[in-house]
Design a protein around this ligand. Structure first.
Ligand code: NOJ
Length: 766
């Protein structure tokens, strides 16, 4: 390009940028869309093939490529974006290299796994889902976006909306659970919260929903494993949450690592083109998962790196995450004609489009800001949102058992706080805790201590290590889990804990998993409490002291034994920065628990996949009737705690259901009303859940499916009418020909406070 050309090129960019500065609306508006398309088309005309390919590379800051080399690569036009960098000076230097040194001056974008918080960490996603509270989840998502944007982040690889029915899968913790309706609501809510009023706003980040698709259905719960699934199940149960994010405006989609019916998502043109773009109308950018293009060789669909790159670009993977596939292979592939310029252009257009939508052409420093405004201390307390974190965290706690009103505890006497997780603040953060710091995080012990002040005495003993399994310890070390292993013999630790418990009025045992036990590549073969923790619980029970078990874990556990031992049991997941304080709010009754389980808790690992919305089979399980019925013979086949379950410090009653009509035409609206009353002594919230069953259809339909819910607050003695409205839309499903339609016939409608404890009514669609 000669000097004159370059000048007009730059002037072109500047004038486009100046125009774009005022354009903070999403591109849905026709004239904005036109301007965006014209701008990008003009820009692409001026780019060389190498520069285009450079835009398709997304590189992780880290050992794979040091910062200094990345800056050089950016200046040479060979990188489109990076992830894992949250230091403003670093991002500024990279942006400088892009807009001041590279020939095209195309800005970089910066991505990060902002899954449940940035600096302030909220509960893990499974905890967020337990709130069944879209306002709370919106607050978590908004704060995450505000803090991430202030760290110079433009895009998050979230929400993670993989439906999960197998608790062995460590990534259960990252998702919102097993139910299509609940996960879809959360998916849309989180997407909107991240993106705010516009992805071009300085305090918004673009959502890249993941992992597309069906990653939660890996066989045996073993990470990265195969997914084989019928088209009906995909469409009905697994795909809707991704679509919900897209309908809510998600600008990005991360492609899953797994294969679907033999075809890896990364080379799956049906998935990325037919479903995503043609059927759903997705207009944003697709991102491969980490190194996924190269993995096409291991999947056995590409013979070499070159073929892997070819398959991925042809399937519709726009950005290649952290492998050299596109950079190294596309030039030759285009030269030989195996990949067309058009195919490369399609991907580049989406990447540039995403940068436009993130407001970066208008202002490359939109989120990075000016150096003079950098915080003196990036970890400063005043950059955190503790009040929001505490409130959301306490809403995510699920009360599983409360015999004899053991809870709430009184702030008096002596409380023994026992357990390997009691003083762990790093575990409180959960996995994927972005830029959250353990030293800014309140452990369970510290939270209880803060709450009681000098009103009660706290005693402590670790009781046991989290695990004594050497393979697990070696694995967790590799994952930088920082698990603390006490050198003493486990039995000595248990004995010490028993002694401490003996001096107390009540025992609070904080047990469960370390955070990286529920993480990527962290699948388990068992779901019981790891190591000697079960023995610890038994020993504590034997002291005769009231026993409160507080669970910290990122997946449903098999808690049959603990349920027998505990007087009270609380599922706290991993609560985040304010975890200990939130937990104390619940344990002392300053907050009345209202969380409900987003995943079924099985009795044993042998029950998984365990999910409430299963089909009936021809010989359905019936309690106390094991005569050639579909059951396990060693223990009840029902779950220990069903989906939607969670207690309160008060009690609620639900009246019989009143339907507005019993016969419904396709244009009718049917209302179902129950009276819900707080029959206990304290104010509390509960989640009123509506389920449906299609009695006879062209294919077998689930025994029940969640269709709606309302979270309501009731004062003691207060009663409220809760009304749900149903239309034909709510009765639709994918039939054997994959047509989404409602079929005439009888339906059972159920309303209750969990998926098992329901009132029933019937109606028919005519
Ligand atoms: C791999 C994970 O599967 C994905 O969820 C994550 O977003 C990327 N790594 C980037 O960290």
């Amino acid at each position: 390009m000669n000097k004159l050309c370059l000048l007009s090129f730059v002037i072109g960019l500047v004038s486009q940028s100046a125009w774009a500065e005022t354009a903070v609306k999403p591109a849905s508006n026709a004239s904005t869309l036109q301007a965006k398309n014209a701008f990008i088309a003009n820009l692409m005309k001026q780019m060389t093939l190498d520069e285009k390919i450079g835009q398709l590379r997304l590189i992780s800051i880290g050992p794979e490529m040091p910062k200094s080399e990345i800056v050089k690569e950016i200046a040479a036009g060979r990188i489109g974006g990076t992830f894992n960098s949250v230091l403003l000076p670093d991002n500024r230097a990279m942006q400088d290299a892009a807009v001041k040194q590279s020939r095209t001056k195309i800005p970089m974008f910066f991505a990060y796994d902002v899954v449940h918080g940035q600096r302030t960490i909220f509960p893990i996603s499974l905890g967020l889902a337990s709130t069944w509270d879209m306002n709370a989840v919106t607050r978590a998502g908004r704060v995450s976006a505000i803090e991430a944007a202030a760290d110079g982040v433009d895009m998050t690889f979230a929400p993670m909306v993989d439906i999960t029915r197998d608790a062995r899968w460590g990534r259960s913790s990252e998702g919102f659970g097993e139910d299509t309706y609940l996960v879809s609501r959360l998916s849309a809510t989180m997407t909107r919260a991240f993106q705010g009023t516009s992805t071009q706003a300085p305090n918004s980040i673009m959502a890249a929903v993941k992992h597309f698709a069906l990653y939660g259905a890996v066989e045996g719960g073993r990470d990265y494993n195969t997914v084989d699934m019928s088209p009906v199940r995909m469409q009905q149960d697994y795909l809707p949450p991704y679509r919900a994010a897209i309908d809510a405006g998600a600008g990005g989609v991360m492609v899953a690592l797994n294969a679907i019916n033999g075809v890896p998502s990364t080379s799956n043109a049906w998935l990325l083109q037919d479903v995503l773009r043609r059927d759903w109308g997705f207009k944003g950018v697709t991102v491969s998962d980490h190194g996924a293009i190269k993995e096409l060789i291991d999947h056995g669909v590409a013979k070499d790196f070159r073929e892997a790159a070819k398959l991925a670009i042809k399937a519709g993977v726009d950005l290649s995450m952290n492998d050299k596939a596109y950079g190294e292979e596309l030039p030759a592939l285009v030269k030989s004609g195996e990949v067309s310029v058009q195919e490369v252009d399609n991907a580049v257009r989406e990447v540039l489009g995403a940068k436009w939508e993130m407001g970066l052409f208008a202002n490359p420093y939109l989120r990075i800001g000016a150096a003079v405004d950098d915080p003196a201390d990036r970890n400063a307390e005043n950059r955190l949102h503790r009040a929001e974190a505490r409130d959301v965290a306490r809403r995510s706690v699920v009360l599983l058992k409360n015999e004899n009103d053991t809870l709430p505890l009184k702030k008096q006497g002596t409380i023994a706080v026992i357990g390997p997780l009691a003083k762990s603040s790093v575990d409180m953060l959960g996995s994927w805790s972005a830029a959250g710091l353990a030293r800014q995080t309140v452990s369970a012990y510290d939270g209880l201590a803060n709450a009681v002040g000098d009103k009660a005495r706290l005693l402590y003993a670790p009781g046991t290590n989290i695990t004594d399994n050497q393979e697990a310890i070696a694995y967790l070390d590799k994952m930088e889990d920082q698990i603390h292993i006490d050198g003493r013999p486990e039995q000595d630790m248990i004995d010490e804990a028993v002694k401490v418990a003996g001096q107390s009025d009540v025992v609070v045992a904080v047990v469960g998993e370390s955070r990286n036990m529920s993480h990527e590549a962290a699948s388990r073969v068992d779901l019981v409490l790891p190591g000697r923790q079960r023995d610890l619980i038994k020993a504590l029970k034997a002291t005769g002291k009231p026993l409160v078990i507080v669970l910290m874990n990122g997946r449903p556990l098999a808690l049959g034994e603990e349920n027998k031992q505990a007087d009270a049991m609380v599922e706290s997941w991993f609560l985040g920065t304010e975890g200990g304080n939130a937990l104390a709010d619940v344990l002392f009754g300053d907050y009345n628990p209202s969380g409900k389980l987003p995943m079924t808790f099985p009795r044993s690992v042998g029950q998984v996949p365990a999910y409430y919305n299963h089909l009936n089979t021809g010989r359905p399980y019936r309690p106390n009737d094991s005569n050639y019925t579909s059951n396990y013979f060693e223990e009840p086949t029902s779950p220990l705690f069903p989906f939607g379950y969670g207690l309160s410090y008060t009690q609620f009653s639900v009246s019989d259901i009143v339907l507005s009509i019993n016969k419904m035409t396709r244009n009718d609206k049917l209302t179902a009303t129950v009276q819900v009353k707080n029959t206990g002594k304290v104010a509390g919230e509960t989640v009123v859940q509506l389920y449906l069953r299609d009695i006879a259809a062209s294919l077998s339909r689930p025994v029940k499916e969640l269709k709606n819910f309302q979270k309501i607050m009731l004062k003691p003695g207060e009663e409220k009418a809760v009304t749900f409205t149903l239309t034909e839309e709510d009765l639709k499903f994918f039939n054997p020909s994959l047509k989404y339609a409602a079929e005439a016939g009888d339906f059972k409608l159920m309303i209750g406070l969990d998926s098992e404890d329901v009132k029933e009514a019937s109606f028919a669609l005519q």
